[in-house]
Design a protein around this ligand. Structure first.
Ligand code: AMP
Length: 541
């Protein structure tokens, strides 16, 4: 029997219309270094319409791709709003990709137009001649004449182009299953892979972001969006904000701890999202420059494991709860969020909060063991996590068959972990990062968290290194906090009551900084390369 219900399209044009009228007074605030420039959502609607008209005038039709090479700011938000709503596809280019990867992704997606921030023009300019499908480059927040156009490419000033356009646009009804936006994975091996989100997947994901047991984003929030708009769609925060009318605070290019602290002081956001490295940096800054940040009702941390020591520091010293979440570019990205079950308090609540979180109803999950069988959700059995659901990728763009990643309607995440009977995921490793010592697994994440709990440690990354007797043993790369000192022997002693004796690492190295990927995660591939090239000075205990 068919239902009697209507079948409205979950189209982003409607989200744009709704957010910019019903929530016309909410704001997009962009940090300028000294202060902020502000645009309310009503103005954002007009801004988006001018941008859509401008893109049409340049010949953007149908589902052509419009690339952005931008910081988090009002112009990037206008592109988020306008491009999918006009039926085209927004392609957020990662400004930190290696040049050859940038060329690969722009050509692979066949970007027709690129919007670029003035400060990023020099980065784009070098690769522009190799971007085969790009016909127009629009320079925002800077001087368009600074960009010399290669043959066949026209360069425009964002302000001049938009000033000539009407501030209304006849937003079309787009099929909810059509692509709205795309993002390439920041994987450190092989070519980046494209994920094309649909209007429907973004819509449903936005609702999830706002649910109380999820990130709880609501109309009264002011959300500081530090996670880049080119990294997994800023974790869905811009569209979720438009859905419920939360204001957005965009840091633009001011991502160091000191300017972030200034933004916090000036704008008093209630909510923020970023990878752990940003928060670790802020924590160090706050230690030397104390400041009240209790206006933050919650901070969401994901992308890499949030170290428990950092979660405690934020909560106990600054009254700011950290909400740990897990996800991937392929999962839009919200996969799981670590809110303890009702009635659980004290130490037990912390145990839940350390996990990567609980799966919501729309994300199905299972653990697959080495022999291909499904591991039970008993909180102990370990397997590779597979997920499926309406905002999980079922294929990569232009590459429908990748049995390594997609099979039988499931996405293989490459993450290894365990799940409790009540659905809380704990990741122990990336499949390629697990350390096998004498036939037993050692979790690099557990070791990292344990070492980072030492007060003199700023960062610690653990990799497996070859060992004659045990096949592999952990090597701990430690970054010592400024002005502090600690020895490998002291750290090993510190771990003695925290990890099993056979897991205690004997290989230690002290480095200035853990190498990071283009989205700020520990780059263990590079750390392994440093090790195999003999570049690390190792003390063996
Ligand atoms: P990306 O697509 O760049 O966002 O990377 C996704 C990967 O980041 C996941 O597959 C995990 O390996 C890792 N990741 C994301 N969130 C977490 C988390 N909360 N804890 C540990 N690893 C995470």
């Amino acid at each position: 029997m068919l239902s009697t219900m209507q079948d409205g399209q979950l189209s982003l044009a409607h989200l744009l219309r709704h957010g910019t009228t019903v929530h016309a007074n909410s704001e997009v605030v962009t940090w300028t270094g000294e202060g902020a420039r502000r645009e309310d959502y009503g103005e954002l609607g007009q801004h988006a319409a001018r941008l859509a008209n401008a893109l049409r005038s340049l010949g953007v039709t149908g589902d052509q791709r419009v690339g952005t090479f931008m910081w988090n700011n009002a112009e990037h938000m206008a592109a988020y709003a306008a491009v999918p709503a006009m039926g085209a596809v927004l392609h957020t280019l990662n400004i930190r990709l290696f040049p050859e990867q940038l060329v690969f992704v722009a050509n692979h997606a066949e970007d027709q137009v690129i919007l670029v921030d003035g400060t990023l023009v020099p980065l784009l300019a070098k690769q522009l001649p190799q971007l085969n499908t790009v016909r127009h480059v629009i320079v925002a927040n800077g001087d368009a004449s600074a960009l010399e156009a290669p043959a066949g490419v026209e360069v425009h000033s964002y302000d001049e182009l938009l000033a000539a356009q009407p501030d209304t646009f006849d937003w079309p009804v787009v099929d909810e299953r059509a692509a709205a936006a795309m993002c390439y994975t920041s994987g450190t091996t092989g070519d980046p892979k494209g994920v094309a989100y649909s209007h429907r997947s973004i819509w449903l994901h936005s609702m999830q972001v706002c649910m109380s047991d999820s990130m709880r984003l609501a109309q009264h929030d002011k959300a500081l969006v530090i996670v880049p708009m080119f990294h997994a769609m800023s974790w869905g925060l811009p569209y979720a904000a438009l859905m419920v009318g939360a204001s957005l605070i965009m840091p633009d290019r001011f991502l160091q701890p000191a300017p972030i602290a200034r933004i916090l002081e000036a704008e008093k956001p209630t909510f923020a999202g970023a990878v752990p490295t940003i928060w670790q940096g802020l924590l160090q800054h706050l230690e030397a420059n104390p400041q009240d940040i209790s206006h933050l009702r919650e901070v969401v941390v994901g992308g890499s494991a949030a170290p428990p020591s950092m979660m405690h520091a934020f909560e106990e010293k600054y009254g700011v709860p950290i909400l740990h979440a897990w996800g991937m570019t392929e999962t839009s990205p919200l996969g799981s969020v670590a809110r303890p079950p009702g009635g659980v308090t004290g130490e037990q609540a912390w145990e839940y909060r350390y996990t990567q979180g609980r799966f919501p109803a729309s994300v199905r999950a299972r653990l697959i063991t080495d022999d291909g069988t499904e591991a039970p959700w008993d909180g102990e059995s370990v397997g590779e996590l597979e997920v499926s659901g309406p905002w999980i990728a079922g294929a990569y763009y232009g590459d429908n068959v990748d049995p390594d990643k997609f099979h039988d309607g499931w996405l293989r995440t490459g993450d290894v972990g365990k799940v409790t009977p009540d659905g809380f995921l704990t990741l122990t490793d990336r499949a390629k990062d697990v350390i096998k010592s004498g036939g037993e697994w050692i979790s690099s994440v557990d070791l990292e968290n344990a070492v980072m709990a030492h007060p003199a440690v700023a960062e610690a990354a653990v990799i497996g290194v070859p060992d004659e007797k045990w096949d592999e043993r952990p090597l701990v790369a430690v970054v010592v906090r400024e002005g502090q000192s600690v020895t490998a022997a002291e750290l090993r002693e510190f771990l003695a009551d925290k990890v099993a004796k056979w897991q205690l690492p004997e290989n230690w190295t002290f480095i200035d900084e853990v190498p990071k990927t283009s989205v700020g995660k520990f780059d263990k591939k590079r750390l392994r390369a440093f090790h195999s090239e003999g570049k690390l000075d190792i003390s063996k205990l």
